[in-house]
Design a protein around this ligand. Structure first.
Ligand SMILES: [Zn+2]
Ligand SMILES: [Zn+2]
Length: 342
């Protein structure tokens, strides 16, 4: 099968072709797995973190990609959830142990044996993929394959981030950065919390305009002080400066939720501007979002279908994966990038 394979970690500035086009043997499903013919796979910022070693794959070579949509093309002897031709999706969670205290309490995203699709097992930058049937998700009819792909990560993690804010209707929510995840969160909030005011912090004027068009109450630069104090803020940027800037806008007892698997090192000195009385005093909290659970993915897919959330998408061919990654790195974001594979 055709695949785009990461063989060696590198910095994209030094090597703009980190993935190599490779013909791999088609994977064979284990008895509890299904074989999926991949139709579309989203391109996520986490792939940059993997390639550049901020969250390194557990083995190389590896096929990246964790927003996978396709159809069931084969199955092991002990699978009975899906049948050939069913449309399914795979998200970042490829497996968890199922027996630890985290798994048993619904926090399988924190499982010490958590395996990530496209990092610890081969992902969707390829024509075929296998996964345990318990970790595949039905895709609602409302979406095309390419539309569904970004929902599996940006959407599901955004949904989890929003849950972690504990936002109540009528409160103020901040969104720092306005990429794929934040714009889906804004759409959820407009539906679930119609009286909440959303404050968007984005560097780019087009993004701020886009945020206002989608119903944001206010949009400004990340360095600005918001016109009102904010109950909770979700940060989706890869940098540190926004963390400090967000904290100053929080109400007493407010919470900052960082939705980023890793932060980049380039502006870490921004943290030296942290001023305890302004940024942390008065019981302000910082919490990160780690991974997703299967129920996050499934709940979000159903919600997205119900309220007609459709991401803006930009399609690339499988062989153009390197170009898609470079454009993502350079923040040429015109909707979510998706590899259209079949
Ligand atoms: Zn992702
Ligand atoms: Zn576990």
């Amino acid at each position: 099968m055709r695949a785009m394979v990461l063989k060696k970690l590198c910095r994209l500035e030094e090597n703009p072709f980190p993935l190599a086009f490779t013909i791999l043997p088609e994977p064979v499903p284990l008895e509890n797995e299904i074989l999926i013919k991949v139709s579309a796979c989203g391109v996520c910022h986490t792939e940059l973190d993997e390639i550049e070693g901020r969250t390194s794959p557990s083995h190389l070579p590896v096929v990246l990609g964790h927003q996978v949509v396709g159809t069931v093309a084969g199955q092991g002897s002990k699978t009975n959830v899906y049948k050939p031709g069913d449309r399914v999706g795979i998200a970042w969670i490829a497996s968890a142990c199922g027996t630890c205290t985290f798994c048993l309490s619904g926090n399988e995203n924190l499982c010490p044996d958590f395996k990530a699709t496209g990092r610890d097992v081969n992902g969707g930058y390829a024509e075929y993929i296998t996964i345990a049937d318990a970790f595949a998700h039905p895709i609602p009819d409302a979406f095309s394959d390419s539309e569904a792909a970004p929902l599996l990560c940006a959407g599901a993690v955004g949904y989890r981030s929003l849950k972690l804010t504990n936002l109540a209707d009528g409160q103020n929510l901040g969104l720092t950065g306005f990429g794929a995840s934040a714009h889906l969160v804004l759409k959820i909030v407009t539906h679930q919390f119609p009286n909440a005011k959303v404050f968007v912090f984005a560097r780019n004027a087009d993004e701020r305009t886009f945020a206002r068009d989608l119903g944001a109450y206010w949009a400004g630069d990340p360095e600005e002080r918001s016109p009102e104090y904010i109950d909770s803020i979700i940060d989706t940027t890869p940098v540190w400066k926004t963390v400090v800037e967000a904290l100053k806008n929080l109400k007493p007892g407010g919470r900052l939720v960082i939705n980023a698997i890793r932060k980049e090192e380039s502006d870490k000195e921004s943290l030296l501007r942290l001023h305890y009385p302004d940024h942390l005093w008065m019981e302000k909290e910082i919490k990160s979002v780690a991974n997703v659970t299967r129920s996050d993915v499934r709940e979000f897919l159903l919600l997205a279908a119900e309220i007609s959330i459709k991401p803006e998408i930009q399609e690339f061919r499988l062989e153009e994966a390197n170009q898609a990654l470079i454009e993502l790195k350079e923040r040429k974001i015109r909707g979510a990038k998706v590899l259209k594979i079949a």
